[in-house]
Design a protein. Sequence first.
Length: 149
Amino acid sequence: MIVVRKASPSDAPVIKGFQQKMALETEKITLDPDAVTKGVNAVFLDQSRGQYYVAVAEGKVVASLLITYEWSDWRNRNVWWFQSVYVIPEFRRKGVFRKMYNHIRNLAEVQGIAGLRLYVETKNTVARRTYEVLGMTSEHYSFYEWMRE
């Protein structure tokens, strides 16, 4: 059984580890452990930055994600962004993200959130199919970025 809950500060070390694994797996980047520790902790210290959610199975955290906020002046309400989604390999393709997505979507509907968004690496076809099966589309926007090295 998978349980989705809002993360607590005691989950920070696991979330930090997930972020390091994801960066290495998806972008071949080794994150600065001090920077990611401070970054994860910053969310718990200031919820205006976002909120983490975790999935727990078999008594351990098996996935996490971060919800951040974008103000939509068009809709006069927030849009929630999924970020930092990570599911440990042995729990992938077992409905963990679907359960997390449905939990967040239900919260968004209750709280009057305008919508849900995420970005995905263009070559990550497995993730893209997952998001499409959940009813998400990528037809309106392309993503551009500038990132400090």
